[in-house]
Design a protein around this ligand. Structure first.
Ligand SMILES: Nc1ncnc2c1ncn2[C@@H]1O[C@H](COP(=O)(O)OP(=O)(O)OP(=O)(O)O)[C@@H](O)[C@H]1O
Length: 265
């Protein structure tokens, strides 16, 4: 199964007549079927990390590897979900979900089966013929997630996928994603501003420093989640009330707010 590796990654951008070091010495591994969330201050380079894993940007030092291969360009084995749902407005839910399957040369009967499965998986039954503009933001993001899950990619890269949703819809989507990824684990790199979201969703949370962004700490959530039985709780608010959850959240917040030796200005 897939792994994502950041090996001593650096990214410097030219801004006007000066070089800005956005990322320096980023080392990180996402294991097979592991869900890793990155949190960090605004501008610390989270999106840049994601873009490099997607092959949309290149490091200026070090390398990003997926399954031991250096990433040099986008590829179907690395699916990306952005904050903006990026659905085709002129295609129905069914056709949006099925779009990527055409390019993979999958037979029609198999395509139909997979689309139907993923419509059921994301609770989109009855909306097969709807167009994106007829759906709420949450429903559109379900379609966007179904559209990448159906391709069975090696890795899923999610950049603030719920950032544009209202608070209530966001909670529902977080619960759905937990349900989906616990039942059908994938290798996921997930970027978010929201500490609670990271602790709720991820197996490990990576805390980044201010610019130049680097990994400040990596916090294992999964052992706590399993020991404390969070998965038996269906509602996010019940999980968030657990003392173990509150402790982890506080620990991450503290790291985000306190200056870091290397990152301190
Ligand atoms: N194409 C670019 N050209 C110049 N500078 C860039 C470019 N892309 C990113 N940067 C700079 O790199 C730094 C990291 O940006 P990035 O968008 O990765 O941060 P982020 O952590 O995702 O921020 P936010 O949380 O606010 O979305 C920022 O200082 C940004 O200005």
């Amino acid at each position: 199964m897939a792994t994502i590796q950041f090996n001593d990654v650096e990214r410097t951008f030219r801004q006007g007549n000066r070089d800005v070091v956005a990322l320096r010495g980023v080392n990180l591994q996402v294991g097979a079927r592991e869900f890793v969330a990155i949190v960090g201050p605004s501008g610390c380079g989270k999106t840049t990390c994601m873009r490099m894993a997607a092959g949309l940007d290149q490091p200026t030092g070090g390398c990003v590897m997926v399954d031991s291969e250096v990433v040099t360009r986008p590829g179907p084995e690395r699916a990306v979900v952005f904050q903006q749902f990026a659905l085709f407005p002129w295609k129905t839910v069914w056709d949006n979900i099925g779009f990527g399957l055409h390019g993979l040369g999958i037979a029609a009967a198999e395509r139909t089966k997979r689309i139907r499965q993923h419509i059921a998986l994301m609770g989109l039954e009855g909306y097969e013929k709807a167009f994106p503009h007829q759906l709420s933001g949450g429903m559109q993001q379900r379609v966007a997630i179904a559209r990448v899950y159906v391709l069975d990619p090696k890795v899923l890269l999610m950049d603030e996928p719920f950032g544009a949703l209202d608070a209530q819809t966001r909670v529902v989507m977080q619960e759905e994603l937990v349900r989906l990824t616990r039942r059908h684990p994938r290798t996921v790199l997930f970027i978010t501003h929201a500490v609670e979201e990271a602790v709720y969703l991820a197996d490990r949370v990576v805390v980044m420093t201010r610019r130049p962004g680097t990994v400040r700490d990596i916090i294992a959530i999964k052992p706590v989640r399993e020991a404390e039985g969070w998965d038996a709780l269906t509602r996010i608010e019940d999980v968030m009330e657990q003392p173990s959850f509150v402790q982890l959240r506080a620990r991450i917040w503290k790291q985000l707010r306190e200056p870091h030796d290397r990152g301190a200005h």
